[in-house]
Design a protein around this ligand. Structure first.
Ligand code: PEP
Length: 255
């Protein structure tokens, strides 16, 4: 059975003090959550303090990015060992903002995935098409390249220790959400790609989150879809009540 994983990506929002406050509220609000895996991804700067807040709770800690090298002259970057040391569980890799503003490629995604896994953290691998790509009929081609690129050289055992976030770029931060059906179709396609790479057992075991303007109002419909196993949440994760408003329908699902 696949896990439902709901992660809040706080992006470049919240000071350290505000992050501690929000993390405290999420930990309190999520104390009875047992089925959904809940994670929060503050900025690098706030990770260590937030790690103290989530310690011993059922809220997991996520980082928003990582570098694939161990150490050295990589100004502005943070290594996987540094994240591991402070208790990070998940690392978001290949977010569309990283891809479009900071030169992330399928190749760098693949290197980061391998590095994170070597330290027993779980990568959340982000994939998704732009509006132009969807309109040009390139959705399947783009997803195929991104999945094949991210999983290049990964064994079935490694693949089992990944999470995918399907995030149509046109839905991120725009208020426009993919319909339940659009999202389900893309998720089923991605699972089909995983089946081709690793067979049915592995493909059926990997959680595929939806991301893109997910909020309490549309979460139940999206989460009820057969191949949607959670969400990567941006804007709606910046307040504990709206974030939990997405977690709660996930808890009551009988999937
Ligand atoms: C995201 O950044 O991954 C995201 C899905 O953002 P939002 O929920 O704001 O669209």
């Amino acid at each position: 059975m696949r896990k439902i994983v709901i992660a809040g990506n706080w992006k470049m929002n919240k000071t350290v003090a505000e992050s501690v406050q929000l993390a405290t509220e999420v930990v309190t609000a999520a104390r009875d959550v047992s089925k959904v895996v809940v994670a929060i991804a503050p900025t690098y700067l706030a990770l260590a303090k937030v790690a103290e807040v989530v310690k011993g709770s059922n809220v997991k800690l996520a980082a928003q990015d990582v570098h694939w090298e161990n150490q050295g002259a990589f100004t502005g970057k943070v290594s996987a060992d540094m994240l591991k040391e402070i208790g990070v569980d998940f690392v978001i890799i290949g977010h569309s903002e990283q891809r479009s503003y900071f030169g992330e490629t399928d190749e760098t995604v693949n290197k980061k995935v391998k590095k994170v896994q070597s330290l027993d953290m779980t990568p959340i691998i982000c994939i998704g098409e732009t509006l132009a790509e969807r309109k040009d009929g390139r959705l399947e081609g783009v997803l195929t390249m991104q999945v094949n690129g991210a999983y290049a050289g990964l064994s079935a055992d490694q693949a089992l220790r990944t999470v995918i976030a399907y995030e149509p770029v046109w839905a991120i931060g725009t208020g426009v959400t993919a319909t339940d059906q659009e999202a389900q179709e893309a998720h089923a396609f991605v699972r089909g790609l995983l089946t081709k790479l690793y067979g049915d057992h592995v493909a059926q075991s990997i959680s595929i989150q939806y991301g893109g303007s997910m909020k309490p109002e549309n979460a139940a419909g999206l989460l009820a879809q057969k191949d949607i196993d959670g969400g990567l949440i941006g804007g709606a994760a910046l307040k504990a009540d709206s974030f939990l408003g997405i977690v709660t329908p996930g808890e009551s699902l009988n999937k």
